[in-house]
Design a protein around this ligand. Structure first.
Ligand code: FES
Length: 78
């Protein structure tokens, strides 16, 4: 399996409004942490996250989390 590109070895913490978001899983988007279509032609697909309420979230940028799209601390082992 192809490995995703590590964009950064830390998460991005954002205050997001309720709604749908598409998290980049390939690491190649130029609009991190969101998908910009850069995964096309690869095995990666973006991950949809739906927030029912506005909240603060830590979204993974190392792309190695086991709880996508959220940071699970895996970046600390890279
Ligand atoms: S940034 Fe990927 S697990 Fe934390």
């Amino acid at each position: 399996m192809t490995e995703p590109t590590i964009f950064d070895k830390k998460p991005v913490v954002l205050d997001l409004e309720a709604g749908d978001y598409w998290w980049c899983s390939c690491g190649n988007s130029k609009n991190q942490p969101y998908c910009d279509g850069a995964h096309k032609g690869t095995e990666f697909v973006p991950v949809k996250v739906t927030l029912e309420d506005s909240k603060k979230v830590a979204l993974c940028l190392c792309k190695k989390t086991n709880n996508s799209p959220f940071c699970d601390g895996t970046h600390a082992k890279l």
